[in-house]
Design a protein around this ligand. Structure first.
Ligand code: NCD
Ligand code: ZN
Length: 353
């Protein structure tokens, strides 16, 4: 058994309320790395084709479970929400609430991000679906960016909040909503105002990076993701939300792997991979701010409470030992460059068993 010291931090094993595990051969990398860090994850449904039926969600979950290494078997619990397309009707919601693995529906505005072509152009046709979700207290997970080319890419979350979220909140006052990967001060503010039924996931990258990091000494494709990282003021708003101790803000890594050749390309894909070190990176950030006493609730409690789930029972230990992130990983035969590649992380996560 691992022996821990007073300087280390023993916490309930975290959950990741927003992760991309992908499918097929990629699962051999993403699932073991996620299972080391997290007891429970929401595996996002933006596959091709999208996960937009009960059967597709069930089968995707089975494929994820098949990739769980034996040491984590029965200890890693993927949730596979539905992708909101016109196949989702109120009766699908009635069926979905009976399962223990769907738990939510994800709204992608069409064209907003990776594999969002099947997303929605207009919310009005889905009001009956939202009504059914509100009745069952099923969360709507929102990629909160407008796709309007007239709107500057750095303003897309702010404009989405104004044009879509405020009206949606008024029409469905008790629909649980999660503003995924909140990235702007206006997004943070929206969640704070409506905290009773609204939450936000917070990523490592939105706490660490600003738009300067995308252009630091040349174009940095491995710092490109959506929503794009923004100004220092926005970064500070996101950090303050994470450190606030408010239960409406919890961890969601949005770890989003893309092969190196897709990132380092004339048209680079959006997404940053963090599942190899996410909990360690959150720990490092909270520690630097003197906020380690708020880390466990942010990583392991608030999200479960929002989703009405039991808290995880396992423990992990965060040990103050620097380690170097590998330069790359193999993802189904493709090279993947992880966040912080070749550089040091100051905490190391160990199992407490
Ligand atoms: C995500 C992906 O690659 O699937 N990309 C990203 O930049 N975050 C999709 C998403 O969550 O927007
Ligand atoms: Zn995502």
């Amino acid at each position: 058994m691992f022996v821990w010291r007073m300087a280390d931090l023993l916490i309930r094993k975290p959950d990741d309320w927003h992760i991309h595990l992908r499918d097929g051969a990629a699962l051999k990398l993403t699932v073991p790395q996620a299972a080391r860090q997290f007891g429970r994850v929401i595996a996002m449904p933006n596959l091709r084709p999208p996960v937009d039926s009960i059967e597709a969600a069930r089968d995707y979950r089975t494929r994820i479970l098949d990739a769980v290494p034996s040491e984590y078997r029965n200890r890693f619990h993927p949730i596979t929400p539905l992708y909101l397309t016109d196949r989702i009707t109120p009766s699908v919601i009635e069926e979905a609430v009976k399962t223990d693995y769907i738990k939510a529906v994800k709204l992608y505005p069409a064209g907003a991000t990776t594999n969002s072509e099947s997303g929605v152009a207009d919310l009005a046709p889905f009001y009956d679906v939202f009504e059914a979700m509100q009745k069952h207290r099923m969360p709507l997970l929102i990629h909160g960016e407008v796709t309007d080319m007239q709107v500057d890419v750095f303003d897309r979350e702010r404009v989405f909040v104004e044009r879509q979220l405020h009206p949606l909140r008024e029409r469905f006052p008790e629909l649980p909503m999660v503003l995924e990967h909140v990235s702007s001060k206006e997004g943070v503010r929206f969640v704070e105002i409506h905290e009773r039924h609204t939450a936000a996931t917070i990523t490592v990258r939105h706490m660490l990076l600003t738009r300067n990091d995308i252009f630091q000494g040349g174009l940095q494709p491995h710092h490109f993701c959506l929503p794009v990282v923004k100004t220092e003021e926005d970064r500070q708003a996101v950090r303050a939300a994470a450190f606030s101790g408010k239960p409406c803000f919890f961890a969601g890594t949005d770890s989003a792997p893309h092969a190196r050749h897709k990132k380092e390309s004339a048209c680079g894909s959006a997404g940053i991979y963090t599942a190899h070190a996410a909990v360690e990176l959150y720990a490092e950030i909270f520690d630097e701010e003197g906020m380690l006493d708020r880390l466990e609730a942010f990583l392991s409690e608030y999200g479960a409470r929002f989703y009405g789930l039991e808290l995880g029972q396992e423990k992990v230990c965060l040990v103050r030992t620097p380690w170097t992130v590998p330069d790359s990983y193999d993802m189904g035969g493709d090279e993947l460059i992880p966040f912080r590649a070749g550089r040091s992380v100051s905490f190391r996560l160990e199992e407490d068993r």
